[in-house]
Design a protein. Sequence first.
Length: 394
Amino acid sequence: MKEMFLLKLGEIVLKGANRRTFEDKLKQNARRRMACFGNFKVYIMQSALYIEPQDDACDLDGAWEACGTLFGIASMCRCRACDKTLDAIFHAVTEYLGDELTNAKSFKVESKRSDKSFPLNSIQISQEIGGRIAEAYPHVAVDVHDPEYIVNIEVRDFAAYVHGPAVPGAGGLPTGTGGRAALLLSGGIDSPVAGYMIAKRGVEIEAIHFFSYPYTSERAKEKVIELARLMTRYCGRMTLDIVGFTEIQEAIRDHCREEYFTIIMRRFMMRIAEAIGRDHGAKSLVTGENLGQVASQTMDAMAVTGAVVQMPIFHPLIGMDKEEIVTRARKIGTMETSILPYEDCCTVFTPKHPKTKPVLALVEAEEAKLDVNALVARAIENTEKMQLRYYEQP
Ligand code: ATP
Ligand code: MG
């Protein structure tokens, strides 16, 4: 039998009556992703997602990598399926894990039996197979306390599975089970991580980027498109809306007091993101804000920024240190792109002395100097839309 993947479900197993909905979504997401790598059979049984290649043309390594970014999975392993007899299991161990065993100094066998009708219990299976391995690989010591290599055997309903150590899955909940959110995506380090964290909770992401040409360059825009594309490794297909923001920024510069530039600009971003998001069925806004990081991210400033919209705003990074955010950005593969040195519209017309404790009434008075509704409407009209996905369909 061929190699296949066994992916253990994460938090889904804690769900009650609606568990089926979560499993169906996960299956659908996995099928869509596996389709990029060939003909795979994908099904869920006994709290595991099974992924079986159906022919030799399947790209197993590509598919395995793509499984690692699938939300809803706690741990995963590549394995070999075999008949549920000790002979077949031992044969699969020697064929599939022979090299690992030959190179190990010590080993132990760990077994799980979810098919309770199998005549041996898990301890007996481990003893029996462990004994045969010890005979066949005499130079490898049995060490049940601190083995170098662990042979895993799982006796499940329709087959037995043999594998080495499992690796952690992407965690979280299946994409599409938690509604949809509009992410304000800049070119920085933070917002891609914020999007990843919300997506991890099963939320579909729609990204919105504000772009101030010629103050920000085409390359800054390309960078954001690439960031969005990289995010889709985890969060699946994504729409990116790029909103022309130049007119608004110039209007603020020409009519408002300098210390309010940033906060008023951010309130425009919120209004526009809410309108576009609502159009796409989003029920919340997500930003990469982080308490105390910059003047616009004090508690007072964030309250004034948020006061302009009705939708809840989520800030998944709110309590994280920069170092933790950077570590996460590296892990999800966005860091290198984020640090490319192209400017963001936030750094255009930045005030020398931004208000760290803005007062809502005063900000509103400044904004009254602008035709807010017309500016918002024109910006929304001036939006470029694109669809992104990392794993291309064949
Ligand atoms: P980031 O690293 O995500 O850019 P930051 O620490 O640089 O965050 P700001 O530039 O003040 O902080 O932006 C705060 C948040 O506002 C960002 O995380 C993002 O959600 C949103 N934002 C900022 N600039 C833009 C933009 N040009 N387009 C869309 N959203 C933006
Ligand atoms: Mg920024």
